[in-house]
Ligand binder design. Structure first.
Ligand code: ADP
Ligand code: MG
Length: 358
């Protein structure tokens, strides 16, 4: 039974992809170990992430979307290090065998795996007993030329510019929409923010709702961007817990402070939602969007820092990244506003063991 499932949903559908990698997969599903052969003079990059039903995805989320996202959040870590995927393993712990779910899940995994040329090479499948949550644990293996600096978080320098790809905060907007749909918005934001978030969701035009939901359910992967940043970025992170916390990781590890421009974050939103400029509530809505961006979560866009000398080279990357601040001597994450002085950002981005929000 177990071997039959593994073969049907994980070995057979991925066989062509494994085949297409030629020499780099020496052994895949069916052996005791997978064997991968990195290119000569390359460094191996490894990252692992776990998704738990009820924590990282809803029980009624599409299985295809869950498959896609499970791999996307792992590939995003490779992207943030400038690595290229070699393959991945999958550990599945399930309460029962639901073939409909497995088929959708395997399809979502395969769609992204094929897009990024990242074959499934092994894993483990266990039953955790009924009444348990589905748990999906993926480990990705990637490589980058040995001379590449790896974009380590501690390698940022004072004076570096802070850049982001895409529209960080969009996935959180999608999450807020999803909670609103099931009448549980209060479970996903602070009591003190609830009215402003409701105002924001009411103002959001219908045609911008689907892209926000897509950003949450089927996030992009930025492997190509990570490669383009070789020789340009000093440090990089993927935005999985929110911009405020994630840029905080680079700043703290490098002993610096991040100074983010509120005006630039607002300009990013005005590009996504141009009609907003004409709204009488524009300032208030933009304020809520800035908080949404900083608290964020699940964007899987990249945030990196680079010397100002690389400004033009970075601006010529497509789609065009946005410079949203600088790193300076000091500590913490600060928000520079147009008229008032800078203000320290003290909110929390996502933390699994945090106390409930007031
Ligand atoms: P072992 O007993 O040697 O650990 P298993 O019975 O767990 O082997 O798995 C048999 C083969 O199927 C192995 O090659 C393993 O890597 C692969 N495998 C098991 N579960 C999965 C999965 N969920 N996805 C991909 N490969 C899997
Ligand atoms: Mg096993």
């Amino acid at each position: 039974m177990e071997f039959d499932l593994i073969s049907r949903y994980f070995k057979e559908p991925f066989a062509d992809l494994v085949q297409s990698r030629g020499e780099s997969v020496l052994a895949g599903i069916g052996d005791d170990c997978a064997a991968l052969k990195p290119t000569l003079n390359h460094t191996l990059y490894i990252s692992t992430d776990t998704l738990v039903e009820g924590v990282h995805f809803f029980s009624d989320d599409s299985a295809h979307g869950v498959g896609w996202k499970s791999l996307a959040c792992n590939l995003s870590d490779l992207a943030a290090c400038g690595a290229t995927p070699l393959g991945f393993t999958l550990n599945l712990s399930l309460p029962s065998v639901d073939e409909n779910w497995l088929s959708g899940f395997s399809g979502g995994l395969l769609d992204l795996a094929a897009q990024e040329n990242c074959p499934l090479v092994g894993g483990d499948t266990t039953s955790a007993g009924s009444n348990t949550a589905k748990t999906i644990s993926i480990t990705v293996f990637g490589q980058a030329p040995a001379g590449h600096n790896g974009f380590h978080r501690a390698h940022a320098l004072a004076g570096d510019e802070v850049w982001v790809s895409g529209t960080p905060g969009l996935a959180r907007l999608g999450l807020l929409l999803q909670y609103q749909r099931v009448g549980q918005l209060a479970a996903c934001c602070k009591q003190s923010e609830l009215m402003r978030v409701e105002q924001l969701l009411a103002a959001l035009p219908d045609h911008l709702k689907q892209p926000a939901l897509n950003a949450l359910q089927q996030p992009v992967t930025r492997i190509r961007l990570g490669q383009q940043l070789h020789g340009l970025a000093n440090a990089c992170v993927d935005l999985s817990d929110g911009l405020g916390g994630d840029i905080g990781h680079i700043a703290n590890s490098s002993g610096l402070m991040a100074n983010l421009s509120v005006l630039e974050i607002q300009a990013m939103w005005l590009e996504y939602w141009p009609e907003l400029a004409r709204s009488p509530d524009a300032l208030e809505l933009l304020g809520t969007l800035v908080s949404t961006t900083l608290q964020g979560g699940d964007d899987f866009e990249l945030c990196w820092v680079a010397k100002p000398a690389h400004h033009n080279a970075i601006q010529s990357i497509e789609p065009r990244p946005r410079r949203i601040g600088t790193l300076q001597q000091g500590k913490g994450v600060w928000l520079a506003r147009e008229k008032a002085g800078p203000e320290r950002w003290l909110e929390q981005s996502y933390n699994h063991f945090a106390e409930p929000r007031p």
